[in-house]
Write a protein that binds this ligand. Structure first.
Ligand SMILES: NC(=O)C1=CN([C@@H]2O[C@H](COP(=O)(O)OP(=O)(O)OC[C@H]3O[C@@H](n4cnc5c(N)ncnc54)[C@H](O)[C@@H]3O)[C@@H](O)[C@H]2O)[C@@H](O)CC1
Ligand SMILES: [K+]
Length: 474
């Protein structure tokens, strides 16, 4: 099952993988024609009712596969108002070969000719709100007709994600839906056929430009790094990379013995010292209060060290916390057996992955099933870090191929934790982990030509915004 948003992501990923949307439209058109051929005999009459979006474009492509039939195409609106280049190109191809096409510009005078099959390609996943005119009147005429009705992708007027219609919608006898079925088709009366339209498997499996674009618009929020003690660079990197990924404010709670040092790395961080030289259970109440009262995204782990009392504090923190947290490095041992309402993204490297009960492997791509099983068992998102990263929420599993050997240097994991946290304020856990990993690798790739194996984690900070919002092709 795929939602309209996810479909848009996959479609963009496919384009980046060399299969542009016009090719998918051709396959969709072919699928409509194949489905039509199951209903009508050669020579019989097919009426295609097309909208001005890509759903209509799919039907224009279908016409070229239907030469054995008596086909007429009714475009709702003027050809100049066709909304996308690929749909218009397919419309123009019909004009050039003198297919039977009509532009319907007067909504009061639409008469659908008698026919054996109506193809409903008015609207697909692009519908918003109740059908407007002329679509609403045409939907009623389609529903009054005796012909079989075949809907392209979804019956027009129906929300592909919910199955709801805010007004009139097409009552289809059959639906040919593309790539995967849609949640909104589950309770439909008609027969639903899923057509493979040749989207490459990598468009689903590999996090890509489509995923990146889906989080680009809406970022912000506060990040709260609980880190530092034995180490100081790690929390500073995480806090700064969160800002680079779009967070509005980045706080670092750290022992007062090292707070000044952390602040010294970056004036953009707001360092909140607590007494002592490392995290211990008596600090937990205050930290929780801060994190929860401001709805912060927490990063727990960078530079905390692995003293027993620190791990105990991490456990106590997470058991009482009900917000969002990225759990990294020294805090990861707190995660198994945790009883928490928090939503976590756990970011183990290969060694930490094995310690969490996950698989041991040089190449994480070979153990995606085990990583998925671990995420399922933990009940949290796992972002397993390796040459290739693997992200799973226990049901969905994706692979990130960005990044390079220069990033084996210390600190890149802290940068990653910060990026994920920066995104996590507005995106969900799984998307933040997937896109965070993708962006981290992409930031490294943007710098590889310049720094090669001499790349530092701190170099990556300035590349993070370019990796998210830049047009650079890497
Ligand atoms: N996303 C993908 O990967 C693919 C999409 N394809 C097709 O593209 C379709 C989506 O195309 P679009 O995004 O162009 O959207 P649609 O073609 O579904 O609808 C967009 C058009 O409908 C109008 N519209 C929206 N709500 C309306 C309403 N209530 N009343 C009247 N008009 C309304 C918009 O102004 C716009 O012109 C899919 O359903 C599918 O048929 C396929 O070509 C295959 C690949
Ligand atoms: K449709």
């Amino acid at each position: 099952m795929i939602t309209a948003d996810r479909m848009a992501v996959v479609d963009r990923n496919a384009e980046a993988l060399g299969v542009p949307r016009k090719q998918l439209m051709e396959s969709s058109g072919n699928a409509i024609a194949r489905e039509a051929g199951k209903v009508v005999e050669p020579g019989e009459k097919i009426v295609i009712v097309a909208g001005r979006g890509n759903n209509g474009g799919d039907a224009f492509a279908a016409v070229r596969f239907l030469d054995e039939y008596d086909v007429s195409v009714h475009l709702l609106g003027r050809a100049e108002t066709i909304g996308t280049d690929i749909a218009r190109e397919n419309w123009e191809a019909l004009q050039q070969s003198e297919y039977d096409t009509t532009e319907v510009t007067d909504s009061q005078n639409i008469d659908l000719p008698d026919c054996d099959l109506i193809v409903d390609a008015m609207l697909g996943t692009g519908v918003t709100g109740a059908l407007r005119e002329p679509e609403a009147t045409v939907a009623e005429k389609i529903n009054e007709s005796n012909a079989t009705v075949l809907a392209a992708d979804v019956p027009s007027g129906i929300n592909a994600d919910t199955g709801d219609a805010e007004g009139t919608s097409v009552e289809a006898d059959r639906v040919v839906t593309f790539h995967d079925t849609k949640p909104g088709l589950a309770d439909l009366d008609g027969d639903v056929t899923v057509a493979d339209i040749g989207i490459p498997s990598g468009a689903e499996k590999f996090v890509g430009l489509g995923d990146l674009h889906s989080v680009r618009g809406d970022v912000g929020g506060r990040v709260f790094v609980v880190g530092g003690g034995p180490y100081t660079g790690a929390p500073a990197l995480a806090g700064q990379s969160a800002l680079r990924a779009g967070a509005d404010l980045s706080f670092v709670a750290a022992p007062d013995t090292v707070a000044g040092e952390i602040q010294g790395y970056a004036e953009d961080l707001i360092v909140q010292p607590y007494e002592g030289n490392r995290l211990s259970p008596e600090k937990v109440t205050d930290l929780l209060e801060t994190a929860e009262s401001y709805d912060d995204t927490v990063v727990l782990g960078p530079g905390l060290g692995n003293a027993d009392e620190t791990i105990e504090a991490a456990v106590q923190f997470l058991e009482s916390f009900s917000g969002r947290a990225v759990v990294d490095a020294d805090a990861l041992p707190a995660v198994p057996d945790l009883d928490t309402d928090a939503t976590l993204v756990c970011t183990p490297n290969r060694k930490e992955l094995a310690e969490l009960g996950g698989p041991e492997a040089d190449d994480l791509r070979e153990v995606t099933d085990e990583i998925e099983a671990l995420a399922d068992e933990l009940g949290h998102v796992v972002l397993a870090k390796g040459a290739t990263d693997v992200i799973s929420d226990g049901e969905r599993t994706r692979v990130v191929r960005t990044g390079n050997t220069g990033m084996k240097v210390g600190g890149t994991g802290d940068v990653l934790a910060g990026i994920v946290a920066g995104l996590f304020g507005t995106a969900d856990a799984f998307d933040s982990a997937c896109v965070g990993s993708y962006v981290n690798g992409r930031a490294g790739d943007l710098l590889y030509g310049e720094y090669g194996e001499g790349l530092l984690a701190s170099d990556m900070l300035e590349a993070v915004p370019r990796a998210i919002w830049g047009d650079d092709d890497v």
